[in-house]
Write a protein that binds this ligand. Structure first.
Ligand SMILES: Cc1cc2nc3c(=O)[nH]c(=O)nc-3n(C[C@H](O)[C@H](O)[C@H](O)COP(=O)(O)O)c2cc1C
Length: 198
């Protein structure tokens, strides 16, 4: 597929088959990701890849975080237990969870640059994955902003910023293309030869 087609045809994948993506394939995909532009060649992206037996403790930490921040109750009533079980089950059935983070510098401009480079890395990886038949969902969810969760996965809230968690696997279902707003609606052309509008 050429890159222009991949850009338009890639879809966020919400449901995956149970099949795992071989590690070499994932490394290949992240390697494509790493050709993202990066100011000062910082290459700020770091990846924690949770899979196989590594998923259960990760998912438990997500549940604990949701309980800590009040998104899930801690009671053992049937409704809560069912909700926790179904959330665990859903997350455990995703073949791979790639948590993407970077080290924050003191300078806010650098933090913005790192965040931008990491986003470019993610999109490159998504497009490479798409080309290779591997689907992803780019997620930003509340547990990523919970200092207790950051600490629980071995990172330091002061130093590290979690950028995203990518859910990865072979697509079970590909959503329809929702299209995009015509770019003319987003584009303001300033040629310098017309009077400024008031
Ligand atoms: C920074 C970012 C965060 C996102 N977070 C979520 C998320 O938490 N949950 C989700 O279902 N989709 C998430 N998405 C995916 C968008 O919902 C998706 O890109 C959008 O619906 C367009 O669909 P498409 O990617 O198939 O074109 C996120 C996308 C971006 C760029």
């Amino acid at each position: 597929m050429d890159i222009l087609q991949a850009i338009k045809q890639r879809r966020s994948i919400h449901s995956f088959t149970d099949e795992e993506v071989p590690l070499d394939r994932l490394k290949e995909i992240f390697t494509y990701g790493s050709y993202a532009p990066t100011h000062y060649m910082k290459e700020p992206w770091q990846i924690k890849l949770y899979q196989e037996q590594g998923k259960a403790p990760f998912v438990n930490k997500i549940i604990e975080s949701y309980q800590r921040i009040g998104m899930l109750k801690t009671t053992d009533d049937a409704k809560t237990v069912k909700m926790v079980d179904s959330m665990k089950n859903f997350l455990l059935h995703i073949p791979h969870h790639a948590l993407i983070y970077y080290t924050k510098e003191a300078d806010q401009v650098r933090v913005e640059e790192e965040s931008a480079a990491v986003s470019a890395f993610i999109q490159n990886a998504q497009l490479a994955g798409w080309e290779l038949g591997v689907g992803m969902l780019w997620t930003i969810t509340p547990f990523m902003h919970d200092p207790g969760f950051v600490q629980a996965i071995g990172l330091d809230e002061e130093q590290h910023k979690i950028a995203a968690v990518l859910q990865i696997g072979y697509p079970k279902h590909v959503p329809r293309n929702k299209g995009r707003t015509p770019i003319e609606q987003k584009l303001e052309i300033i040629k310098g030869d017309s009077p400024p509008s008031l």
